[in-house]
Design a binder for this molecule. Sequence first.
Ligand code: TYM
Length: 335
Amino acid sequence: MIKRALSGITPSGSNLHIGNYFGAVKQQIELQNSIDQTLYFVADLHALTTVHDKEQLQNNIRNVVLDYLALGVDPEKSIFFRQSDVPQHCELSVILANYISFSHMQRMHAYKDKLANDSEADINMGLFNYPILMAADILLYQPDGVPVGEDQKQHVELTRDIAQNFNKRYGSEILKLPEPLISKTLGKIIGTDGVRKMSKSLGNVIGIFDSEEIIRKQIFSCFTDPNRIKATDPGKVEGNPVFIFHDLLNQNQEEVDDLKARYIKGSVGDVEVKEKLLKAHLTYFQPFREKRKELEKNNKLLENILRQGAQRAQNLASETLNKVEEAIGLTKVFN
Ligand code: TYM
């Protein structure tokens, strides 16, 4: 039984997209309402691997805080905080780096993907060490489960390896091994290109809180069945991104069934399918968009939420850090 869950989002782009929502955040909100304790945070230190502009970073952080709260993170039910407000993340990260090998770190996807396109000279050490900071993010709070999308699976596995190496040396009860909580069906939401996972850096996203104009553009850029040239050609629904998105967003099942049936027959055009997808998107997220507008006006409230969250997170984090420091010999040298 999962009792405590923790997860985070990196403010590396401006707004969250529907891949983030259906792949991770939705599950996180459900857990918030069903298990003992949930902790969610904005991983701002992680964003430094790519964002080196002060204003952009501040904007990104602000946007992700607003998005996360608008999507349903409730600071009364969850501990909601900003990573850099809790210095224990950095401290534990420095410690944990000593319990994993360089060659193991070279096998991490984020590093390997970057290496496939850039030279080593263009890869900063923050990116290379990123999974160790993520292990610290997790292990500090001893969660049973980490609700994330499929792309984070390797990071949770690394976290378990680091914890295991540490425990083997210092005692099996010190760091709890977390389970990745990944939805089998929604763990990897496809992008508008219909090929790769939806991702900020690939530019194949459908936003949640962007303007209607931008969301329209994103939806209308969406790939459909590549073999269907005219609206009268019979089309394929399975694996077709517009229909994958309809299944996620459109709450009018009758309409979805009708569109699919007509698409298969060749009696509906892409424009109608996409127009209806846009409408479904705006309907689905309307309450969240309204909540976000309210929150935007209330800087004081946001500041208070983060301050309180940081305090509660620090209390838990310092317990684990003390335990770790005690185990490895960093405390009480002259007692
Ligand atoms: P990030 O910010 O890239 O993504 C946030 C969450 O959204 C999920 N996700 C997806 N799920 C399904 N389909 C997609 N196309 C898709 N795109 C994104 C991600 O899997 C993630 O759950 N390293 C993390 C942030 C982090 C973290 C942590 C998470 C830092 N420390 C500790 C958990 C625990 C990241 O960059 O996620």
